[in-house]
Design a protein around this ligand. Sequence first.
Ligand SMILES: CC(C)(COP(=O)(O)OP(=O)(O)OC[C@H]1O[C@@H](n2cnc3c(N)ncnc32)[C@H](O)[C@@H]1OP(=O)(O)O)[C@@H](O)C(=O)NCCC(=O)NCCS
Length: 149
Amino acid sequence: MTTTILIREIPASAVYSVRLTVLRPGRPLAECVFEGDTIGKTFHLGLFMDENLIGVASFMQNSNPLFKEAEQYQLRGMAVLSEFKGQGFGTSLLIEGQEKLKNLVKHPFLWFNARDSAIEFYKKFGYQTIGEEFDVPGVCIHIVMFKQL
Ligand SMILES: CC(C)(COP(=O)(O)OP(=O)(O)OC[C@H]1O[C@@H](n2cnc3c(N)ncnc32)[C@H](O)[C@@H]1OP(=O)(O)O)[C@@H](O)C(=O)NCCC(=O)NCCS
C-alpha cells in the first residue's frame, strides 16, 4: 500500500495537538495557543500522512524591532511528531511556507525564535542567527534567526 503525504492549509485550532505533543509536552493546551494565531495574514500548514496530521508550521505577519524590513513574517510552532523526524517532513513544511510567503508578498522576510537544538536544521536553509541566546522559561534556550526570502 502506498503512503500519501500532503501539505495543506489548516485552521489554528487544528495545530494545537501537534504543538502540545512536540513543543509543550505535559503543559496545558492553552499554552499552545499563540498570540497571532488568528490575526491578519497568518496561515498554518499541516503535513498529513494518510490523512493523519504529523507536522505543523505557522507563519504570522509580525515585525521584530531587530529588523527594518517592511514585509516581516514570523515562523512559529514548527513541529514534526518525534516518530517521523528525520524523514524530510520539516523540510517540506518550511519550503512550502517559504513558497506561500513569496506568493503572498513581494519581499518576504522570515524570522523566528529558534530552539538551540534546531539551529543547525535552519542553517541548512540559509537562515542566520542574530543577537544573544535567551531563555524561554519552561521551554528552552532560543536565538533569533532570519532570512530574506
Ligand atoms: C526541527 C524539526 C522541525 C525538523 O524536522 P524534520 O522533519 O526532523 O527535519 P528533516 O528530516 O526535514 O531534516 C532536514 C535536514 O536537517 C537535519 N536536521 C533535522 N533536525 C535537526 C536538528 N534538530 N539539528 C540538526 N540537524 C537537523 C536532518 O538531519 C536533515 O539533514 P540532511 O539534509 O543532511 O539529511 C523537527 O525535528 C522537530 O519538530 N523537532 C522538535 C521541535 C523543534 O525543535 N521545532 C523547532 C522549533 S524552533
